[in-house]
Design a protein around this ligand. Structure first.
Ligand code: HDD
Length: 735
């Protein structure tokens, strides 16, 4: 028997028992898989989860079978004597501990899970029969899990990787799981290649290195041999792979799905969701440092914003393509390595996602949630995308490995909010007590119930796609074999600074391969995308600069560049470190703090020691924090404090205040200082704005006397978030 699953369901069972004891009416609420009979109101899921929530605070310790106990010492034959076999308290406690872990996900093990809701902007019954999209203002509860792909559960948040972005809608007609990523294409055409892709990217089997990334030989050996991967490799190696915040990423359903309306009309749909917080990414130098300074950086960022009531929001919608236009594009809609450029088919928002509650328990919710692309509701259907078809098997199968039995959909986080009836029975950790002698269909004894409902009467609509005259074959249609047009489109659509980041990312990753053959083969592939890019990379990784083999078609699309993405409209949630030392001008420092806080930013004072200093509440010391953890820096005045900050001492073993400014400068972040505070900027050697009597600003470096003017200039810089112009570009010699 698989104890981990038993353990989880034992507590679920106890919770149900407690509720049953507390309220007589609970029998109805918990009798059928699906629990609550609520019709899908936005609170339905929270109410259902509350039935299983236990607060131990203030309670008395009991064993799992409910007996009050004292298990702080084991039972012995005398104080110095041997332990006794009869010690049921010890056996139970240690047995449970021994079985606390379940297998981590084969991919996407590292994640954060969040509750929220979806709100429909209107009635979309013209395109889909899905009820959650058929009424303006209708809210549907959601659970969302955002993950990295390759790292183990304990790997750092800021490794470079594609990010999983799995959405679960608890609609009132069943679960809809959209198990997507933060980039629109996927690496391979066909699910049968997925194990190869993951084996190449995961730590190598001989040494189990490296952890959580593709910067190694086997990954590029595979990419170089399999050019369909190139498009997604470019997305992952650009800023998209190292987001600044999980609140500032896009989401994509990747595959072409179908939406089917009540009349049976199907429209192809590419799902995508766009953050209202804007898009933003880290620089590789930051990402690597953050991985050491705050391994949980992304989780902390999103938990904090939600705890403070700054709920992240995404516009969720579709690109729609009529059935008749299936062959309209020079790529196949069934090819998941291609995107549909927004310049060809615009994004149409259908509603918004709001994430507004952090989970109560990581394991019960984020770890035990079992997403599955096959969880679709009436009005949503699949296409013949060969990657999607394989996924429909994999996700069910993998949950059996993680959950050790087929009843995992009874776990609180997995239950739909509508009632479930079927003839599935038994299995490990069955928690439902199905009454009656009938567990089959058709039947006479139970009036042929649970009855079957077809698509015309509220049941799932099977789209009657015609599949005639086909030959069984292992292969792909010819359009799948254009490997380079979309990587080119992607590369062309980036700004110069973004191209540089991508090139630097590729230099880092390919350069980590010891095999010169792998490096050469990879440059050969990249040369089919863009000769200039390939040469700039080749220059630094010891490969001969390749001659041009392909013309760049110079096609571009909107919606690709992060730098050109619409900015957030306020400075809400921007983090600002205010650097102080004994003698800081506290009214200057406090005034900036108050201004930023009023505007919704998250300022904090950094000082030589935590506690109160000159009336300021110092929450971070130079040793507990670091420049890379902040969006921006402010240096208030105070001649004495600046003397301290610009001299080496045991308080700053590594010249921390100087490095704070220098890192912020090199990373293109807004830096502001009062006229006195500017001494620290000079000491750090950053490019200073021209001096005059008013606020002076140069590429996000702002020097001013205190006053409203400096504040509003700083505010504008914080909205800008990063000054790409400060980041160096390659010199022409490399090409
Ligand atoms: Fe997958 C997990 C996204 C292709 C097999 N995948 C998983 C998760 C996300 C994705 C977000 C984490 C879900 C969660 O948070 O629990 N996967 C994708 C996307 C793909 C994709 C966007 C391409 C469009 N995946 C894919 C293929 C296969 C898998 C082709 C297998 C043939 N994926 C899995 C899995 C996982 C998984 C092994 C691991 C844990 C889990 O399912 O629940 O079954």
């Amino acid at each position: 028997m698989k104890a981990s699953f038993i353990t989880a369901l034992t507590s679920l069972f106890m919770a149900t028992q407690m509720i049953a004891a507390a309220t007589d009416s609970s029998t109805e609420a918990t009798c059928a898989l699906g629990g609550s009979t609520n019709d899908g109101s936005v609170k339905a899921k929270d109410e259902q989860l509350a039935q299983f929530t236990i607060v131990d605070n203030g309670g008395q310790e009991t064993s799992q079978f409910g007996v009050k106990i004292n298990n702080s010492d084991s039972l012995k034959a005398g104080l110095d004597g041997p332990g006794l076999m009869e010690d049921f308290m010890m056996r139970e406690k240690i047995m449970h501990f021994d079985h606390e872990r379940i297998p981590e996900r084969a991919v996407h093990a590292r994640a954060v899970g969040l509750h929220g809701y979806f709100e429909s902007y209107g009635d979309y019954s013209n395109i889909t029969a899905a009820r959650f999209l058929r009424e303006k203002g209708k809210k549907t509860p959601m659970f969302v899990r955002i993950s990295t792909v390759l790292g183990s559960r304990g790997s750092p948040d800021t490794v470079r990787d594609v990010h999983g972005f799995a959405l679960r809608f608890y609609t009132d007609e069943g679960l809809f799981d959209l198990v997507g990523n933060n980039v629109p294409p996927f690496f391979v055409h066909d699910a049968i290649k997925f194990p190869d892709l993951i084996h190449a990217g995961k730590p190598q089997p001989d040494t189990e290195t490296p952890q959580a990334g593709t910067a190694h030989e086997t990954a590029y050996d595979f990419f170089a041999a399999f050019p369909e991967t190139l498009h997604t490799v470019l997305w992952a190696l650009s800023g998209r792979g190292i987001p600044r915040s999980l609140r500032q990423i896009e989401g994509f359903g990747v595959h072409t799905f179908r939406l089917v309306n009540e009349q049976g009309v199907s429209t192809y749909a590419k799902f995508m969701w766009k953050p209202k917080q804007g898009l933003s990414n880290l620089l590789w130098d930051e990402a690597q440092k953050i991985a050491g300074k705050d391994i949980d950086f992304h989780r902390n960022d999103i938990y904090t914003a939600i705890n403070k009531g700054d709920y992240p929001e995404w516009e969720w919608g579709v690109q729609l393509i009529p059935e008749k236009d299936f062959n309209k594009f020079d790529f196949s809609l069934l090819d998941p390595t291609k995107l549909v450029p927004e310049s060809l088919v615009p994004f149409q928002p259908l509603g918004k996602i709001v994430l507004n509650r952090n989970p109560d328990n990581y394991f019960a919710e984020t770890e035990q949630v079992t997403f599955h692309p096959g969880h679709v509701v009436r009005g949503v259907g699949f296409t013949n995308d060969p990657l999607l078809q394989g996924r429909l098997f994999s996700y069910l199968d993998t949950q059996l490995n993680r959950m050790s039995g087929p009843n995992y959909m009874q776990l609180p986080i997995n239950r739909p909010v509508n009632v479930v009836h079927n003839n599935q029975r038994d299995g490990f950790m069955q928690t439902q007590i199905h009454k009656g002698q009938v567990a089959y269909f058709p039947n006479g004894l139970q009036g042929n119930t649970p009855s079957m409902v077809d698509g015309n009467n509220g049941g799932y609509i099977e789209y009657p796609e015609k599949i005639n005259n086909v030959t069984k074959i292992r292969g792909r249609s010819s359009k799948f074999f254009d490997f380079y047009s979309q990587p080119q489109l992607y590369y062309n659509s980036l700004t110069d600074a973004e191209k540089q980041q991508l090139i630097d990312g590729l230099r880092f990753e390919i350069g980590k391969s010891n095999s010169m053959d792998v490096r050469k083969r990879m440059i050969n592939q990249l040369n089919h995308v863009d000769n200039d890019m390939a040469r700039r990379i080749a220059y630094t990784i010891g490969v001969d600069l390749p001659d041009k083999v392909a013309e760049n078609q110079n096609k571009t699309s909107v919606g690709i560049s992060i730098e050109q993405y619409p900015k957030a409209t306020s400075i809400k949630t921007r983090t600002v470190a205010i650097l102080t030392a004994p003698g800081s001008n506290n009214s200057d420092a406090q005034a900036m703090f108050d201004f930023l806080e009023k505007k919704g930013a998250y300022p904090a004072f950094v000082g030589v020691r935590q506690g109160t200093q000159d009336g300021l509440n110092i929450t971070q010391s130079y040793l507990t924090t670091s420049s890379v953890l902040w969006d921006a820096v402010y240096v208030p005045g105070g001649n004495k404090s600046l003397e301290v900050m610009t001299s080496r001492s045991s308080l700053f073993p590594y010249d921390e205040p100087k490095m704070f400014i220098l890192d912020a400068f090199r990373h293109g972040k807004p830096i502001a200082a009062s006229a006195e505070g500017a001494k620290l900027l000079e000491y750090a050697g950053v490019d200073m704005p021209p001096t005059d009597n008013s606020t002076a600003e140069l590429d996000g470096v702002i020097v001013a006397d205190t006053g409203a003017n400096a504040e509003s200039t700083f505010e504008a810089a914080l909205i800008q978030q990063r000054y790409w112009s400060r980041l160096p570009l390659d010199s022409p010699m490399m090409a």
